[in-house]
Ligand binder design. Structure first.
Ligand code: ADP
Ligand code: ADP
Length: 224
């Protein structure tokens, strides 16, 4: 079977992680979140984690060489050989170029780039209210998707925390970084004929239904 290799694009807070968790379950794809990988390195106290933390707390991008080294290894792992879902990568055109080269070198290709479109003022509300499970990383929102018991993860009972970079000043900086460095990728993937757009302002189930239907169609087309 042809592998399905997807990118989730969209501003911080668009719902990439929320949708990735669902799509991973639908299609058995490896969910590869560079943000989650960096936070795991930080929690483990590695040199890479310590280096990345400075940039993450400031809302800036971590240097490309750090990210590219991590991604190159990850997409070559066995679970990702059958298809992957990239969440939070690529974030600039240098990363996108490096990805297409890495894939081409191993005879692989991208299936589509899925853009979740959400305006800035909605992003600020979402990020300010985001809470994540300290253990699994499962995502909640205090207003839009609250846990059954305040401050506690429904799935494993762990404590919910607010990410350090989900504070107002850092959120605004991250939005600027998105606009300047990441949003050019919309045009980049449109030119490549790979872009699919989704209205991220709908509720998470509806966004999920739309993306799932599109991905199912792409997979059918690939099999023909
Ligand atoms: P969000 O899901 O809110 O968009 P992420 O979890 O993807 O945030 O990323 C958190 C931070 O990790 C970013 O602000 C950035 O500092 C760093 N980061 C994650 N992915 C990348 C990447 N591909 N390139 C550079 N920095 C990254
Ligand atoms: P990203 O990975 O793009 O940064 P997340 O999936 O972490 O985004 O979502 C950011 C916040 O917005 C979370 O608190 C999440 O619960 C909430 N959220 C996600 N999708 C929606 C949606 N369609 N409508 C309302 N809130 C949402």
């Amino acid at each position: 079977m042809v592998e399905t290799n997807l990118i989730l694009l969209g501003p911080p807070g668009a719902g990439k992680g929320t949708q990735a968790e669902r799509l991973q379950a639908d299609f058995g794809l490896a969910h590869i979140s560079t943000g989650d990988m960096l936070r795991a390195q930080r929690a483990a106290g590695t040199d890479l984690g310590r280096e990345a933390e400075k940039y993450m707390n400031a809302g800036e991008l971590v240097p490309d060489e750090v990210i590219l080294g991590m991604i190159g290894l990850r997409i070559a792992e066995q679970d990702a050989r059958e298809g992957f879902l990239l969440d939070g990568f690529p974030r600039n055109t240098a990363q996108a170029d490096a990805l297409s080269k890495t894939l081409a070198d191993s005879g692989r290709r991208l299936t589509a780039a899925l853009l979740i479109d959400v305006p800035d003022q909605e992003v600020v509300r979402r990020l300010a209210g985001r809470r994540v499970c300290s253990k699994s990383g499962h995502v909640y929102h205090v207003e839009f998707d609250p846990p059954k018991r305040e401050g506690v993860c429904d799935q494993d009972g762990s404590r919910l925390i607010q990410r350090d970079d989900d504070k107002e000043e850092t959120i605004l900086r991250r939005l600027e970084v998105y606009a300047r460095q990441t949003s050019p990728l919309i045009n980049y993937y449109e030119q490549a004929g790979l872009l699919r757009r989704f209205d991220g302002q709908r509720d998470p189930d509806e966004v999920h239904d739309h993306i799932r239907a599109t991905v199912a169609t792409l997979r059918l087309e690939d099999e023909l």
